[in-house]
Write a protein that binds this ligand. Structure first.
Ligand SMILES: C[S@@+](CC[C@H](N)C(=O)[O-])C[C@H]1O[C@@H](n2cnc3c(N)ncnc32)[C@H](O)[C@@H]1O
Length: 276
């Protein structure tokens, strides 16, 4: 298998392992996700780096902004932001946030990146994707197009390592491991094969799931693990060793690794002409 075929096989295997498709999933989880972001540190770790790449005159493309964890601070820092977001529920959460902040320089296009790139006009100083490329089958087409339209591309993604408690709980309650979506492990070989040169930094990032009460925590994991109500007690027993009450909340706290991939077009072109 080529690196591209391995990426695509992983996209299809992860899709097949899910109870519902991407659009349906975010219908239930858009507001939940917005809350999840507040209890985790990836935005505070990555946004300061992004901020060094943009100015008040910058044009930015964001792929899969979700509920806007990066979109809102980016929009404050740049001239114009174009966002490709296929989920209607995520677009709603994001639009509400932008309205609350009186931010009018964000154009949201309701497309997947693989369908929306053709509609973009002009050049971008930065293209940014945070945890949003895992479901893109034609990743080679998308990357080639991003290198064409953006001077710099920054991508945050998982490294393919699963936090230990989730692996244990999935195995115990579903009898098999979850199929993880493609990650940096499959992505970097694709870039190499395409001759796209990237700087990479591996960051320890939190992976916290925090709830107002224990019932909310169990409801969420019952749904994720696709368990029926008769297995609630079993679920509670399996999660008990990991649950930590803190103040008025109940959470499961852990650290995972994320990959920050940075592609600079000028360096890439220089390298790919073979003049270095
Ligand atoms: C895990 S959320 C990440 C949201 C946000 N970027 C963040 O890091 O907080 C994934 C987002 O990517 C979007 N997404 C999934 N597939 C996509 C695709 N093919 N093109 C563009 N966005 C996509 C989803 O709709 C969702 O909003």
């Amino acid at each position: 298998m080529t690196p591209l075929e391995r990426w695509q096989a992983q996209v299809r295997a992860a899709r097949a392992d899910r109870a519902e498709n991407e659009e349906k999933f975010w219908e239930h989880f858009a507001s939940w996700y917005d809350n999840w972001v507040r209890h985790n540190d990836y935005v505070s770790l990555v946004f300061p780096r992004l901020a060094t790449y943009v100015s008040k005159s910058s044009r930015v493309l964001e792929i899969g902004p979700g509920s806007g964890a990066f979109t809102v601070p980016l929009a404050r820092a740049v001239k114009q932001l174009v966002a490709l977001e296929p989920s209607a529920s995520m677009r709603q959460v994001l639009t509400n946030k932008l309205d609350e902040e009186w931010l009018t320089n964000v154009r949201i296009l309701p497309h997947k990146v693989e369908e929306g790139l053709a509609e973009l006009d002009g050049e971008f100083d930065l293209a940014f994707a945070s945890h949003s490329l895992y479901n893109v089958e034609p990743i080679d087409v998308v990357m080639r197009e991003l290198v064409r339209v953006a001077r710099r591309i920054v991508i945050l993604m998982g490294t393919g390592s699963e936090v230990a408690w989730q692996r244990a709980v999935y195995l115990q309650l579903r009898g098999k491991s979850r199929v993880l979506p493609p990650s940096f492990r499959e992505f970097y070989p694709v870039l190499m094969e395409m001759g796209i040169y990237a700087d990479v930094e591996i960051l320890p990032t939190s992976y916290n799931y925090v709830y107002d009460n224990e019932d909310a925590l169990l409801d969420d994991w019952q749904r994720r693990l696709q368990l029926d109500a008769s297995r609630r007690a079993e679920l509670r027993a399996a999660l008990a060793p990991y649950i930590e009450p803190r103040g008025n909340t109940f959470g499961i706290y852990s650290v995972n690794r994320s990959a920050l991939v940075i592609i600079e077009r000028d360096r890439h072109l220089f390298a790919s002409t073979g003049t270095d």
